[in-house]
Structure formats: structure tokens, C-alpha cells
Design a protein around this ligand. Structure first.
Ligand code: ADP
Ligand code: MG
Length: 659
């Protein structure tokens, strides 16, 4: 049955529901209340001042509405509760008066002030609530009355709603039947049952979610790629020619990658490593192996600045080889692009480095065998799939500098194999981090001067105000003025932000890299990956606006050599949260803390694309249920019979794998 069949639903309503992403009966019945209001009638005498209470009352005098100004009115009337008569005021609900009559029984929700004998109501229900009642509260859908919504939902629940949980687990946990659970959630009768119902629906949502991920993984595990062959000796020589010895974790990650390349199973690996842990070189060795096996590869970064930087570092690492390396970014001229595309098709380029914009170009590789994407968390999951379509089942390595809480690793990256780099390269000193109040900025400026005297460089980051782009630019320029003034215009300062033209950006970045400018003031565009060895100080203004994970990323721009580095987090008021960064340089620990403070919605300072939203589950609150669901899904997928079981086929046919 579809939405059209619901009683009393019109074309217009359906349109409104569509706008709220409700397309099917299933969408409708899983449009869950975001909260519940528990109404327990009390008596006026026992109410505490200024607490919200629920009172049963009768109308004594229907009173009148005053229109105070445009869009603002108040309605006053008299009511009685157990012999006590008092005044009631409610704002902006003039329409309620129409339904009022002397003697009518109503329920008032609001605050009573005994001194004035007046009750300010937030809400008035036009019926008496005799015993405790739980009211579901829904996010308003524009154009749809909440009473109609509730009616349609209840009607929908009576239809055939598919239960995704296999029988085995229904029994194991003695789950409430789905229909009953849905009824309870939308029309609760008692708090305990509501809780049980919610737990059941949460488990189901997480079961389906884990199923998707594990099922995709099981498909990927079976995917046949290209078994590549190369001489280990050549790889060793390449590694020996690197300017530094590899850390154990780097070597281990390389081994993982090499064995993936050799195997006929297609590589689908995540390389997870904290900022500055040295992921690029791991990628480089694998690119070389792929080249030795006779295949082309692509290496993608989220920004042009990064792509260019990778192009330069990778080229250096390959100096002693014959590997042909080139790069492609969106802002190149048509002519330049054309020439690259030509060479790519003819196999004259072995490694192509670029932004993910290259996905949109009509690229034809001669024989693409391997793709690396850097800073994976910047790419949507869908983009991952797009990558897959280029070339013949190329091996894929995803690099991410964002250590994510375990919970997230399981969910975002659950369908991949992972290699972890925890160890920092030798000789690195811990970055000293201090939270500084803005009024103590002088001290920081003094340190900046000292650093510049030592011929070191300084990053300054200004907050980005998404709501107001122009404001954001002003902040950067304001700081530029401040700093210029502080150093009497004697220190060369660069300014970088997303609104600059590409050539301008390159120039600013290049000046900083070459040490021609000593201070770089920017928005968070420097957040990812940029590598300037002499930069030893990071100053973040309005640090309280950023998530810990983002600040940790920013801090990762310094501490890239054996020099002592510093990070100053400037804020107006001290924030407990920021202390975590003073205490720790461990990205994994920090991400867990960030998660605790901020929850799942905003983990990277950017809201995750559609694939991370749940209707009723909350990863943080329901983590133990998630783990249970994962275990059950793995067991279910391994059980011999699952393929023929109806529930499996139904699950497969119903699950939307597109997001
Ligand atoms: P990230 O993992 O953040 O991408 P990079 O790959 O940019 O880190 O490496 C950070 C810096 O550390 C680079 O300048 C790189 O040359 C250097 N580096 C990487 N591995 C080592 C190592 N084993 N020893 C010393 N320096 C290293
Ligand atoms: Mg990097």
C-alpha cells in the first residue's frame, strides 16, 4: 500500500510528506517522535514555583484575546481546578478561544505563580487528562497537521510492515512484535513498554545497518581483482633510497598493501593514521609496486593544494626511477587537460595525481590498476563507488588522517580492511599545546616573534563562519592587520582562504613553503595534509568554535620535523573541552573525547552526508546494541541456511543500498 491509499490524504499532503522524505508507508511509520511529553495531572496547591506542571481545569470565563502587536497576541481567561479559581494566559494561540466554553474541561501545561494567582500556559489540551499520559512530539512537517499525521501513522501501522529481524533473533531476545512496538512508540500507553518498544526498533535499525555494511563487505571480499606480480628486491631498493628509515607501523602497512596487490582478491583497504604519521610514503611504495606490475595508478586528494603537494613529494621519492608522474586538477586549462588525457590513454603516464575533480573528467586509463584516495573522510561514501567504476577493478587504498572513535570505524569503514599507523616517525617531539585567553594574546605574539627569529614559521587560523561568508573573510584580514601592526610591517605575512583564485592560492602557499612569508593567516583550508617542515607554531583563534578532532588536525600542520613545535588555542572563555588537547597528542584518544562531547552529528566539523543518519538509534547511546547487532549479523551471514531463508531474501530485496 502506498501513501495515496491513506484515508483523507490529498495530493497536497502527499507533496508535503515527500518534502519531509516520507515516500512510503514504511517511511511514515518510522517517522518517530523526537521526544515524549509525560503529563501527570497535579493539583495547583502542591506545585512548586516555576516548574512546568500539568493541571486539570474547567473554564470559568472564556475571557478575551488582546492583539499586542503584529504577530503577537495574548489570550486570557479564567479557570478553576478543585475549587481554586485563577487566571490563565497563553501567547499567540488566539485560535484556542474558538473552542472554549464555560464548563469545558481542559488540561493546562505551564507554570503557576501563586502570588499573582496566574498561570502562564505553554500548551492547552482541550480535554481532561485523568491519569498520566505520554504524548509523542513530532518534528512539524510543513503543511501537515499533527493530528492527521498521527492518524495516518496509526493507519499505516495496520498495514503489512516488514520485520527485518530474522526469527532466530526475535526469539533470542524475546522481542516485542514489530506492530506492537510501532504502536507503542507512536501511541505510548506506559513508560516501561515504550522503553522496550524503542529498544526493539533501535536494534532493528542497527541490525539492518550492520547488515548492509557486512553484506557489502562480503561481496567485496569475493571481488576478483588483478593479481599483480613484482620483485620484492626492487621494492626494497626503492625503500632504501628514501631519505629516512620507515617506522614499524609503516612497514607493516606496506606489507599489508603489497600482499593485497599480489592477491587476486581486490584491495579494499583503509590506511588509518594520525596526522604526521607518514601515510604518504606508504602510498608511494605501493604505487611503485603497482607500476612494477605494469599498471597505471591514480592518487587523489581533496584539495588542489594537497594534490600539488603530493605531486611534488611523490615526484621526489621517484627521482631515481623511470616512473612517469603527472597531475590533473579541475582548474587547469582545457588544453592542458587534453594533453594529459591523451597521455593517460596512451599509457605515457604511470601515476596520475589530482583532486577528486578528476573523477568528473572523461578519463580513460590504458590500464588503471590501483587507486589511492587521501583524506578519505572528505569523500562521501558514494564517491567511493564512483571510483570503482573507473578502470578494471582497480585495487583501492583509502587514507584517512582522522582517527575516528571505534564506534565510527565500525560504521563508516566497516566494509573495509584496515591498516593502522600509530607510531610517529623517530625524533618527533610532542607538540606543546596551550589554551590561552584572548586577553593574554601578547604573550603569544611574543612567542611568535621568537619563533620567527629562529627562522621558523607560524600558521594562524581564523574561524570560518558558515552562516556569513563575508564575515569569515573579514576575520582573516582583520588578523592580518593585527599581526602586521604588532610586527611593525616587518614580517612577511600571507593570507589564504577558499575564495582566492587558484593561482593566488598557489602563490600564497608557495611563498610560505619556500619561507618567503613567515606567517600564514588562513581559514581552515590548511586543515588537511599541508606539509611545511619549518612551521613550528599553530595559533587558532576562537578555538572554542571547532571540534577537538578539527583542532587536532590543524595542530598536525606543525611538529613535522625534529624541532619543538607549539600550538596556541585562543578563546574568549576557557573551555573544559579544549584541555583535552593540552593533555594529549593522541588522535584516537582525542576523537573519543570529541565524540563524548559533541556526539555523532558533527564529528568532523562537517555534518556527515546522508549515510550516517539514524531514525531512532543513536550510536553513542546505543553502542552496546550496535555491537550486539554486529555479532548477530556476522553469525547470520555465516549460517549456511541464510541464503534460502525468506527473511534474508526479503531483507536483501528491501534494503536500500544506495546510501
Ligand atoms: P600524513 O600521515 O599526515 O599524511 P605525511 O605523509 O605528510 O603524513 O608525513 C609527514 C612528514 O613526515 C613528511 O614530511 C614525511 O616526509 C615525514 N616522514 C614520513 N615518514 C617518516 C619516517 N619514517 N621518518 C622520518 N620522517 C618521516
Ligand atoms: Mg597526508
Amino acid at each position: 500500500m502506498n501513501l495515496q491509499n491513506l484515508k483523507g490524504i490529498g495530493e497536497k499532503n502527499i507533496e508535503y510528506l515527500y518534502k519531509a522524505d516520507i515516500y512510503t508507508i514504511e517511511d511514515l511509520v518510522t517517522y518517530y517522535p523526537y521526544r515524549y511529553q509525560v503529563l501527570k495531572p497535579e493539583s495547583l496547591e502542591t506545585t512548586l514555583p516555576l516548574t512546568t506542571v500539568t493541571i486539570n481545569a474547567k473554564v470559568v470565563d472564556v475571557g478575551k484575546v488582546s492583539f499586542i502587536r503584529k504577530n503577537f497576541n495574548s489570550y486570557r481567561f479564567k479557570a478553576e481546578s478543585y475549587g481554586h479559581i485563577f487566571n490563565v494566559t497563553i501567547f499567540n494561540r488566539a485560535f484556542i478561544k474558538r473552542n472554549m466554553s464555560v464548563g469545558k474541561e481542559i488540561t493546562l501545561i505551564g507554570k503557576y505563580e501563586a502570588k499573582k494567582n496566574s498561570f502562564v500556559a505553554q500548551d492547552i489540551k482541550l480535554l481532561a487528562i485523568m491519569e498520566a499520559k505520554i504524548l509523542p512530539l513530532y518534528h512539524v512537517i510543513k503543511g501537515v497537521k499533527s493530528a492527521s499525521l498521527n492518524k495516518w501513522i496509526l493507519e499505516g501501522i495496520n498495514e503489512d510492515i516488514l520485520d527485518y529481524i530474522p526469527e532466530k533473533y526475535q526469539k533470542k531476545y524475546r522481542l516485542m512484535p514489530k506492530k506492537e512496538a510501532l504502536l507503542q512508540v507512536h501511541n505510548p500507553t506506559d513508560e516501561k513498554k515504550l522503553y522496550v518498544a524503542r529498544q526493539r526498533l533501535i536494534y532493528e535499525e542497527l541490525f539492518v545497518f550492520m547488515f548492509k555494511i557486512q553484506y557489502l563487505k562480503s561481496l567485496k571480499d569475493k571481488e576478483v581483482g588483478i593479481a599483480k606480480s613484482f620483485e620484492k628486491e626492487n621494492i626494497d631498493t626503492f625503500i632504501k633510497n628514501l631519505p629516512f628509515p620507515l617506522t614499524n607501523d609503516q612497514q607493516k602497512a606496506i606489507m599489508d598493501g603489497l600482499s593485497d596487490l599480489k592477491s587476486s582478491k581486490r584491495m579494499n583497504r583503509l590506511l588509518l593514521g594520525d596526522v604526521g604519521s607518514g601515510k604518504t610514503v606508504v602510498g608511494a611504495v605501493l604505487l611503485y609496486a603497482n607500476y612494477l606490475a605494469g599498471y597505471q595508478s591514480a592518487f587523489m586528494a581533496p584539495t588542489e593544494i594537497l594534490a600539488l603537494q603530493h605531486f611534488e613529494t611523490i615526484r621526489k621519492m621517484f627521482q631515481k626511477t623511470n616512473v612517469q608522474i603527472d597531475y590533473l586538477v579541475g582548474s587547469m586549462s582545457k588544453k592542458e587537460k587534453k594533453s594529459i588525457l591523451e597521455k593517460l590513454k596512451n599509457g605515457k603516464i604511470d601515476i596520475l595525481i589530482g583532486t577528486h575533480a578528476i573523477l568528473n573528467e572523461h578519463l580513460y586509463f590504458k590500464n588503471l590498476g590501483f587507486i589511492i584516495t587521501d583524506e578519505q573522510h572528505r569523500f562521501g561514501v558514494n564517491q567511493r563507488e564512483l571510483l570503482t567504476q573507473k578502470g578494471l577493478k582497480p585495487d583501492m587504498l583509502f587514507m584517512s588522517a582522522t582517527p575516528i572513535p571505534r564506534t565510527y570505524a565500525l560504521t563508516i569503514y566497516g566494509d573495509m580492511d584496515t591498516s593502522l599507523i600509530k607510531e610517529k616517525p623517530m625524533g618527533r617531539k610532542e607538540i606543546i599545546t596551550k589554551v590561552v585567553k584572548e586577553k593574554d594574546l601578547k604573550e603569544v605574539l611574543f612567542q611568535v616573534l621568537e619563533a620567527i627569529k629562529r627562522n621558523e614559521q607560524v600558521y594562524v587560523v581564523a574561524p570560518t563562519i558558515l552562516e556569513n561568508e563575508t564575515n569569515d573573510l573579514k576575520d582573516v584580514y582583520l588578523l592580518k592587520e593585527k599581526f602586521s601592526l604588532a610586527f611593525h610591517e616587518k614580517v612577511p605575512i600571507g593570507v589564504l582562504h577558499g575564495k582566492l583564485k587558484k593561482t593566488e592560492k598557489d602563490e600564497v602557499m608557495n611563498d610560505f613553503k619556500l619561507g618567503r612569508s613567515k606567517i600564514l593567516i588562513s581559514t581552515t583550508v590548511v586543515e588537511v595534509g599541508v606539509d611545511v617542515k619549518d612551521a613550528t607554531m599553530m595559533i587558532v583563534f576562537n578555538a572554542e568554535r571547532f571540534g577537538l578532532a578539527t583542532l587536532h588536525q590543524l595542530r598536525g600542520r606543525v611538529g613535522r620535523s625534529d624541532k619543538q613545535s607549539y600550538c596556541y588555542l585562543i578563546c574568549n572563555e576557557e573551555k573544559e573541552r579544549l584541555k583535552v588537547l593540552e593533555e594529549s597528542n593522541d588522535g584516537f584518544y582525542i576523537s573519543e573525547k570529541d565524540f563524548e562531547f559533541r556526539g555523532e552529528g558533527d564529528l568532523f566539523g562537517v555534518k556527515q552526508s546522508g549515510d550516517m543518519t539514524f531514525k531512532i538509534a543513536n550510536l553513542k547511546r546505543d553502542y552496546s546494541i550496535l555491537l550486539k547487532a554486529k555479532t548477530d549479523v556476522l553469525e547470520f551471514l555465516q549460517s549456511e541456511k541464510y541464503k534460502s531463508s525468506l527473511s534474508f531474501l526479503e531483507i536483501i530485496s528491501k534494503i536500500d543500498f544506495t546510501n
